[in-house]
Design a binder for this molecule. Structure first.
Ligand SMILES: Nc1ncnc2c1ncn2[C@@H]1O[C@H](COP(=O)(O)OP(=O)(O)O)[C@@H](O)[C@H]1O
Ligand SMILES: O=C(O)C1=C[C@@H](OP(=O)(O)O)[C@@H](O)[C@H](O)C1
Ligand SMILES: [Mg+2]
Length: 326
């Protein structure tokens, strides 16, 4: 489980409201950074802005985040500007926190904060001008929230209780997927990518393919290991090893073994690990002997024709299935 759950998002998205409920559901401490700063300074946030200025407030936020990052079992509702300094979320994440971005449209944020007097950044604006200020600031900050967050949850037309439940489910799923390991297994001649018939397989080499799949894995929150061999038996050994080690899934490009290796077909059939078959080229558009796959029927499915992207689609398909199966 995450050490802390940190809620980020624009003013009015419901961080304070949802955070309190989420903490109660988990039996964790609830910390609202604005409230904590107000208690420590014995002054309202709007008064701090007025008397000491925004810079001083941001420093108070930074100092508080520093202290909170050393503790665990907290749901932390941050102020909407916490992401102005990327080091804040970075610090919390280094301590094992999961950062959740709560998102809704500017129209809904305006509806909630039309008459609000507690948010100093909106104080100079009323009516239409307030809506425009929200829209402009949201546009500026959205990329910052997104790059800080591990998870994004839409909070439009959902009750705070339902949002808290959803955050809990998503956090649990993130936790599970981070424990998953997927092997990307490549068969004969794939080590010759970049050299081998570039008009079919492109000019990027095998090292580039490895980097590509590892990065796609990171985006999906799973660990990816790559294997390549030109030997049929070695490919079988790798599948059996994946089974013995309890690897979560395999994305496999069996190369030309696809079309005739019954031994590989039997290996896929005998392991408990789900396999997705991928090919860079569209094998059905090519020579007759490539139209048939003796291995695909033992796999969950086959993806072909999208170059490196076939591997990404394979990884996505596997992750969806693993998520569905718990
Ligand atoms: N899911 C929701 N649906 C409707 N109104 C909400 C929801 N969550 C929060 N609110 C309301 O929106 C306003 C802002 O919520 P708050 O929790 O203070 O947001 P934040 O801490 O992100 O600024 C409050 O009036 C609150 O009651
Ligand atoms: O977005 C911001 O810069 C701010 C958001 C506020 O918190 P909420 O997001 O809880 O409104 C509060 O920290 C301060 O007014 C500044
Ligand atoms: Mg708040």
């Amino acid at each position: 489980m995450a050490s802390n759950i940190v809620l980020v998002g624009f003013m009015g998205c419901g961080k304070s409201t949802v955070g309190r409920r989420l903490a109660a559901m988990l039996g964790w401490e609830f910390v609202d950074t604005d409230t904590r700063i107000e208690e420590e300074q014995k002054m309202q946030v709007s008064e701090i802005f007025l008397r000491k200025g925004e810079r001083a407030f941001r420093k108070m936020e930074r100092d508080l985040i520093h202290r909170l990052s050393e503790r665990t079992h907290q749901v932390i509702a941050t102020g909407g500007g916490i992401i102005k300094d990327p080091a804040n979320c970075q610090r919390l994440k280094e301590g094992g926190a999961v950062v959740v971005h709560m998102y809704t449209a500017p129209e809904e944020l305006y509806r909630r904060m039309r008459c609000d007097t507690t948010r100093p950044l909106l104080a100079p604006y009323e009516g239409e001008a307030r809506y425009e200020a929200i829209q402009k600031l949201l546009q500026e900050r959205l990329p910052l929230y997104r790059s800080a967050a591990d998870i994004e949850v839409s909070v439009f037309k959902q009750s705070p209780e339902d949002i808290a439940e959803e955050i809990l489910d998503m956090t649990n799923e993130l936790e599970k997927s981070s424990q998953r390991e997927i092997w990307v297994c490549n068969g004969p001649n794939l080590n010759f990518l970049g050299i081998r018939e570039p008009e079919i397989y492109g000019d990027e080499n095998y090292e580039a393919l490895k980097r590509y799949v590892v990065e796609r894995g990171q985006e999906l929150g799973v660990k990816v290991e790559c294997f390549q061999t030109n030997y049929e038996g070695a490919l079988l050994d790798t599948l059996q090893e994946a089974h013995r080690k309890g690897i979560s899934g395999i994305v496999m490009n069996p190369g030309a073994f696809t079309h005739y290796s019954y031994a590989l077909r039997d290996a896929i059939a005998s392991i408990a690990v789900p396999v997705v078959e991928v090919h860079m080229s569209n094998i059905h558009k090519r020579e007759e002997f490539r139209h048939r796959s003796v291995t695909a029927a033992e796999c969950i499915g086959q993806i072909c024709g999208f170059g490196f992207k076939s591997y990404e689609l394979g990884l996505q398909a596997l992750c969806n299935i693993l998520q569905k199966n718990g």
